[in-house]
Design a protein around this ligand. Structure first.
Ligand code: SF4
Length: 321
């Protein structure tokens, strides 16, 4: 059974070889980017909040999670994580949509697993399913470096968002679309003589003083035609993946080696005839798979179809940094 998620499908579309390293060889990069840590911790914090944790406890939860991550890193990598910690704290502390009374109902972090076609199921996990004024929405939290106009334009065509509406609709919910709550990444630059700590505190203060610049909410509707087109596209994608899994001919896309200003973690093993065993052991964890065979959801994403990302609308697929 092929478990197709947003993330493994997106990886396949971006670079088949990357898909191979991650979902066939099950190699998970050891070093996490600060942006991924920020996304993962922020999502966990919001999940805790919607499950009943007090506002101030969430704040301490986020700080503690980052402290744990920072303690695991080399000193040279700790500064970026420290700044990411202040960004996450600033984002949470000043987040304007914490009034739970404005919703009729909130279900946090909801999984779906629905049949797509023979031998394939679509899996995923939405940030939330919420009801407001009698309508149900997928709730998605995003961070983005894009302007409001750019971000909202991408929301309309987001395959990830459409897939989430498709998944929950197939589970029987009447979903209108996606309620995006998005937070703009800091627009400040680090001063020449500024320490990481000073810079981080300045970012936190900026979230407090300019909330209208940093926070927004956007409703993005999906029609039955959007969902049937998504289904058609996704079945074709699944067919392509199944063919490659059978013949093992995954090819590289060198245009995908750099995203968000960072090189692909598999670059260390992708440009040699045979990956060096020591390099593999040093830079990657070999992820255990549950069922083996073609159950490819794994390597860091469980069945949630995401790798802790709140980057942009569709991570890595449309040039959002
Ligand atoms: S290094 Fe480039 S070609 Fe290799 S897996 Fe990554 S994106 Fe693909």
């Amino acid at each position: 059974m092929l478990e197709l998620s947003y993330n493994n499908g997106s990886t396949f579309r971006s670079c088949q070889k990357k898909f191979y390293w991650r979902y066939v060889e099950h190699l998970e990069p050891v070093i996490k980017l600060p942006s991924l840590t920020l996304g993962a911790v922020l999502h966990d914090g919001f999940d805790q909040f919607y499950k009943g944790m007090a506002d101030t406890d969430v704040y301490h939860f986020i700080g503690q999670k980052f402290n744990e991550e920072i303690s695991k890193q080399e000193v040279s990598d700790q500064e970026d994580l420290l700044v990411a910690k202040y960004i996450a704290l600033g984002m949470w502390l000043n987040y304007p949509y914490k009034k739970l009374k404005e919703y009729d109902s909130i279900e946090s972090e909801e999984r779906f697993e629905v049949p797509l076609c023979e031998g394939v199921k679509l899996v995923g996990k939405v940030d939330g399913r919420i009801a407001q004024y009698g309508n149900w929405w997928v709730r998605e939290l995003k961070t983005s470096g894009l302007s409001q106009r750019q971000f909202e334009g991408r929301c309309q065509t987001s395959a990830q968002g459409t897939g989430y509406v498709y998944g929950l609709t197939k589970m029987g919910y009447d979903i209108k679309g996606i309620m995006y709550e998005y937070i703009k990444k800091p627009i400040l630059r680090k001063g020449v003589n500024e320490t990481a700590d000073e810079f981080g505190r300045r970012i936190m203060h900026d979230y407090k003083t300019r909330p209208k610049l940093y926070y927004n909410r956007y409703l993005s509707y999906r029609t039955p035609t959007d969902l049937s087109n998504f289904e058609e596209d996704t079945i074709r994608l699944a067919e392509d993946i199944i063919i490659k899994l059978a013949n093992g001919k995954f090819y590289r896309n060198l245009d995908a080696c750099w995203t968000f200003g960072a090189v692909c973690p598999y670059e260390k093993i992708c440009f040699t005839d045979k990956p060096d065993t020591l390099t593999v052991q040093l830079y990657f964890n070999k992820k255990e798979v549950r069922n083996g065979g073609h159950t490819i959801t794994g390597a860091g994403e469980g069945t949630d179809g995401r790798v802790g990302s709140v980057e942009g609308v569709d991570e890595g697929s449309n040039g959002i940094s």
